[in-house]
Design a protein around this ligand. Structure first.
Ligand code: DC
Length: 212
């Protein structure tokens, strides 16, 4: 089974993805971390050709063998990763890596282009939406010492870059189920998504029986 979760920054994709992966016993892959690790490599002056990204089974991410997982979620890396994500050669390499990881696994994968590009045949595609104001508030709960206005402006800047880049702009796949999370708690979103996945699996089973 493949579950794709896409949506803008701070929409709750990671919390939902982790919950779905736990519930259905799937591997959970956060693709944003890969773009962040490449951005970190480039800011350290490593050339793209020399950057090697690997992950372990716990979702820790390595840049040329160094565990950089805890260095990636800073305001600087938020912006740098969204810039790096506009480069076609970076996307090509990371999409190939993501497809290799998904092959042969039951997987929940979250990002911006999972349902449209990486796993276009995913069994379930979910696109999470929330207003920039709500996402800025959530981001402030996750990270200490942020200023609301600055956080909001950074989210708006990142939305603009993620949605207007030439290669794989952020867009819901035509067959994605859109969940607006503004007025919903995380628990409500998780339970709605679990129901959606179960319903989709029932349909897949029913059509497989019909073919037998
Ligand atoms: O999900 P995130 O905030 O960790 O992602 C960081 C940046 O990486 C985001 O601004 C856009 C980019 N990204 C992408 O272009 N495609 C993905 N599948 C995942 C992330």
């Amino acid at each position: 089974m493949q579950i794709a979760i896409d949506g803008p920054a701070a929409a709750g994709k990671t919390s939902l993805g982790r919950a779905l992966a736990d519930h259905f016993g799937c591997l959970f892959v956060e693709t944003g971390k890969m773009y962040r690790a490449v951005a970190l490599g480039l800011t350290r002056g490593i050339s793209l050709d020399e950057i090697e990204i690997t992950l372990d089974e716990n979702g820790r991410i390595f840049l040329n063998g160094e565990d950089v997982t805890d260095l990636l979620h800073t305001p600087e890396m938020d912006q740098a990763s969204s810039r790096v994500a506009t480069l076609p050669e970076v996307r090509e390499r990371l999409v190939a890596l993501q497809r290799r990881i998904a092959a042969g696994h039951d997987v929940v994968m979250e990002g911006r282009d999972i349902g449209t590009v990486v796993l276009p045949n995913a069994d379930v595609k979910i696109f999470l939406q929330a207003s920039p104001q709500e996402r800025a508030r959530r981001r402030m709960q996750e990270r200490d010492g942020l200023d609301y206005e600055e956080t909001l402006q950074e989210i708006i800047a990142r939305d603009a870059r993620d949605s207007t880049r030439k290669v794989s702009p952020l867009n819901p796949a035509p067959d994605a189920i859109i969940i607006d999370t503004d007025q919903k708690s995380l628990t409500e979103v998780i339970s709605e998504a679990i129901d959606l996945v179960k319903e989709r699996l029932r349909k897949v089973d029913a059509s497989a029986e019909g073919r037998m």
